[in-house]
Design a protein around this ligand. Structure first.
Ligand code: SF4
Length: 443
């Protein structure tokens, strides 16, 4: 199958080779020698020893650099491609203080991890099993990180996923301009080499299947993410030309040209909405406009990405609430109503209120809605004692334990949809708590 490639190429290209890597690594001031922890490491949700791996690269020891990265983040190669580093490690780099550009931490991380994943090396011994079996449901970043830590601690781990490949949203839902392919399979292979078992293509599709896991495993980690896209229940929602963001991106990742006209309206204000808009521009749409019901200040998308999208030609209609889709046989426009902002809601952002009498039709031939995803209520409803708060799994924030003591959770199903590396952080915390609990049971 032919792949549809972005005409702008990769957003974060790899370093060109050892010389460029050494040059970039030598820009680092190794703040870890001065501070208890370097600011870049403090800003890394996975707690990677950034100056440690940069120093290893400077000493031309890529293998040690990869060890340092993968010790904290088993999907460190994928995160090197998708992390919003401007907001994390690179945003915290002290070189910013003097107006200099930060060390290119993500590209160095990719340099080190690619070297390991592409060329491999003799694997060490898998950690000896100490007793205790854990099932991990979901093979996204959260599930993989949880499995990695548990296995390091000597527990037996089996990862289940309904899909036949690992990676979750990182594989299927990150727009190709940002990430065409990531080394997820190679990263999972490293876990297999350490003794993690995978059961891919195995859906836990009913209460009986879940009960079977409960009786076979000592603990269960839920890295199940979220479900289908949230769709606006508007008149005309079934018109051809109205699409949900995730299947649209997934089609693209599968090598198909997704449905796209000349005038595209993207509904939403989060990072996925930005991804879809920027991807549509790259695929050749003549005009891409984001419709958002609040203003730029309230957008959940990262500010720098909004600016980059605008530079690429994406337009924005703020304070705009879609009220219906119009068209004969195909979408031809979105009827919108202007909004004004009132008091803050539970999210802390000011609530948009419709302004009567301000309806207008925004003409377009493609609508893509990117409004987040729904929680997996049916699946989660099968778990006794598990509580949802605002559609998210309620957990003890220090352990990730749910209302059912056998279950722990992390990632999007808990945080409502954040970055892959935040999912890694939550998974690591839960894995340590699971190991502690099973040790208490064994004692
Ligand atoms: S903050 Fe920047 S200069 Fe300091 S250790 Fe981290 S990458 Fe190096």
């Amino acid at each position: 199958m032919q792949q549809v490639r972005s005409r702008f190429g990769e957003l974060r290209p790899p370093l060109r080779g050892p010389e460029e890597a050494a040059f970039e690594a030598e820009r680092c001031l190794y703040c870890g020698d001065v501070y208890a922890k370097a600011p870049c490491t403090v800003a890394c949700p996975a707690d990677i020893d950034v100056p440690g791996f940069i120093r290893a690269i400077a000493e031309d020891d890529r293998d040690s650099a990869a060890d340092i990265i993968f010790a904290e983040n088993p999907v460190g190669g994928s995160c090197a491609r998708v992390c919003p580093t401007q907001e994390l490690c690179e945003g915290a780099c002290v070189l910013n203080h003097d107006g200099d550009r930060p060390v290119s931490i993500a590209r160095l991380q990719r340099y080190a991890t690619d070297s390991r994943l592409m060329h491999g090396r003799a694997e060490g011994e898998a950690p000896a099993a100490i007793g205790g079996k854990v099932a991990v449901i979901g093979a996204g970043p959260s599930g993989l990180a949880c499995a990695s830590v548990l296995r390091s601690l000597g527990l037996s781990v089996t990862v289940f996923d309904a899909r036949t490949a690992v990676g979750g949203l990182v594989r299927y839902a990150i727009a190709p301009y940002r990430l065409w392919a990531s080394p997820l399979d190679e990263e999972a292979q490293q876990l297999v080499a350490r003794g993690v078992e995978f059961q891919l293509g195995r859906a836990i599709d009913g209460p009986e299947a879940l009960k079977a896991l409960e009786s076979e495993y000592d603990a269960i980690y839920l890295g199940v993410g979220l479900g289908e896209d949230t769709m606006l229940d508007l008149p005309g929602k079934n018109l051809p030309g109205v699409h949900a963001a995730l299947p649209w991106i997934e089609a693209l990742k599968a090598g198909e040209m997704p449905p796209l006209g000349e005038r595209v309206a993207v509904i939403g204000g989060g990072n996925t909405a930005i991804d879809v808009a920027r991807e549509a521009m790259r695929l050749g749409a003549r005009e891409v406009t984001m419709l958002y019901r609040r203003t730029q200040a309230e957008m959940p998308a990262y500010g720098f990405e909004v600016e980059e999208a605008a530079e690429e030609g994406v337009r924005f209609l703020w304070l705009t609430i879609p009220v219906s889709y119009v068209g004969k046989g195909h979408v031809e426009g979105v009827t919108c109503r202007y909004a004004r902002l009132s008091e803050p809601d539970e999210s802390g952002r000011r609530r948009p209120e419709e302004v009567p009498g301000t309806d207008f039709v925004f003409p377009c031939d493609t609508v893509i809605t990117a409004l987040g995803q729904n929680p997996r209520k049916t699946f989660l409803g099968w778990i006794e004692g598990l509580e949802l708060r605002g559609g998210r799994i309620a957990v003890d924030p220090t352990t990730g334990q749910t209302g059912n003591p056998k279950y722990y959770a992390g990632g999007d199903a808990v945080n409502g949809g954040a970055t892959a590396v935040e999912a890694v952080r939550e998974a690591k915390r839960a894995a340590l708590a699971i190991a502690r609990r099973l040790e208490e049971v064994r004692a």
